[in-house]
Write a protein that binds this ligand. Sequence first.
Ligand code: MF3
Ligand code: CO
Length: 237
Amino acid sequence: MRSAGRVAAKVLADLCRAVGPGISTRELDELAAVRIREFGGRSAFLGYRGYPCHACISVNDEVVHGLAGGRRLRFGDIVSIDVGVIFEGYIGDNARTVAVGGCDVETQRLLDVTEAALYRGVAAAIAGNRVTDISRAVQTLVERERFSVVREFVGHGVGRAMHEDPQIPNYVDPNCRQLLEPGMTLAIEPMVNAGGADVRVLKDGWTAVTMDGSWSAHFEHTVLVTNHLPEILTREA
Ligand code: MF3
Ligand code: CO
């Protein structure tokens, strides 16, 4: 899981470095394919329930599961990049949202709050805590900042399979209060909308967008629960 996490982190970092005005989402996806192959891994997303791309690339009001294509990124856009890699039988899963060149102050606040919410969630991934402690940490910060948490998609256990138990909602769900134990590996991934929480899926069957057209950010790490502090596995070093 450490190796898989490291590879996923390196690929994500490469894609984020390649983001700039004029690049197409397809070019980013091709870079994902090349880099994952160079590291000796495979995309965990390609072919998953028929998903047709190597990475999930979601622009502006697209929340998650965007499909790469001919769209070219423009200065001021934001792009969420989600990379899942299978490496030696284990999966690392991580995501981040970056501005294309730059963005306005309120959009930057959306990115900062979503990233901070991820780290609040990670900090709550302590043995003896429950999934609800992660959920509450994320939700509290996001809503205090007057943004909203997406309900339809959740974090998850991750290991040899991409989606394992437990589910990790980014809002407190009393049905999801599993006890956290050392050795569990979790993908914690807040998806945060600048406007309302509601999302819908486009006719392509994949791309989730905000119902109100507001922009959305997504940050994710794969994390190991230990006897002490949580260990972030999707780190480059
Ligand atoms: N990080 C997302 C998840 O864990 C990505 C899944 S995309 C899919 O659920 F295409 F593979 F479905
Ligand atoms: Co995930």
